[in-house]
Design a protein around this ligand. Structure first.
Ligand code: PXP
Length: 236
């Protein structure tokens, strides 16, 4: 069954706009879990533009489903992951100038650097997911270097200029999910999913967890986190 992990980064974005203590992403995580989310995702960026180190350490203590730490595979982040020991690390590419993660991690290009990071995390009993573009060669590379999960980038599907392009991308996502499942990978997906486009992705065979942030936090600002999560769960 497809499940929902709520990405709470944008709650921290609102907090950082004033540099104070509210709203607290830790509180948002509690509300999301009480509404039925099966996981909490947070991205500790190198520039700390939203989530702070303190958030990750407290979330590790308070999240009662599972904590998925998104991070770039840098020495600093690996050190933090080994200290926090989240349930899962999702490796994402990071560019300073981007507004949000814009594409999957280039696994084949960075295979050699990734192998050691994945090995270190897994030795410490942390599951490792690679956020990748929906591309069979990337999926094979992810399986080869020891990832336990992949997260398929759904940004191309979400930003498709028309219905036909969205349908084509959905077929690509389905083919990738099937290939990944045959390789023994657990399949997650995310980026740009919202209340209008989530259902077809949720219905893909073998889809595990959907990581959804912006649309849920945007709706939560108007109707509250509880309703925003429940409405998304109903569509999933
Ligand atoms: N998955 C990954 C790896 C991401 O980097 C993001 C964005 O932070 C998301 C999912 C959630 O994307 P969105 O905020 O568009 O729902």
């Amino acid at each position: 069954m497809t499940t929902l992990a709520v990405n709470i980064d944008h709650v921290a974005t609102i907090r950082q706009a004033r540099g104070g203590r509210e709203p607290d992403p830790v509180h948002a995580a509690v509300l999301a879990e009480l509404a039925g989310a099966r996981g909490i995702t947070a991205h500790l960026r190198e520039d700390r533009r939203h989530i702070q180190d303190r958030d990750i350490y407290i979330l590790k203590q308070t999240v009662s489903t599972h904590l998925n730490l998104e991070m770039a595979p840098t020495t600093e982040m690996v050190k933090i992951a080994l200290d926090v020991l989240p349930y899962m690390v999702t490796i994402v590419p990071e560019k300073r100038e981007e507004r949000t993660t814009e594409e999957g991690y280039p696994v084949r290009e960075k295979e050699r650097e990734l192998v050691k990071t994945i090995e270190t995390l897994r030795e410490n009993h942390i599951l490792v997911s690679l956020f990748i573009n929906p591309d069979i060669a990337e999926i094979r590379a992810a399986a080869k270097i020891g990832a336990t999960h992949i997260e398929l980038y759904t940004g191309t599907y979400s930003n498709a200029p028309n219905r036909r392009a969205a349908d084509d991308e959905l077929e690509t996502l389905k083919a990738c999910a099937m290939a990944a499942s045959k390789l023994g990978l657990i399949i997650n997906a995310g980026h740009g999913l919202n209340y209008h486009n989530v259902s077809p992705v949720a219905g893909i065979d073998n889809m595990g967890e959907l990581n959804i942030g912006h649309s849920i936090v945007a709706r939560a600002a108007l109707v509250g986190m509880d309703s925003a999560v429940r409405e998304m769960l109903a569509l999933i």
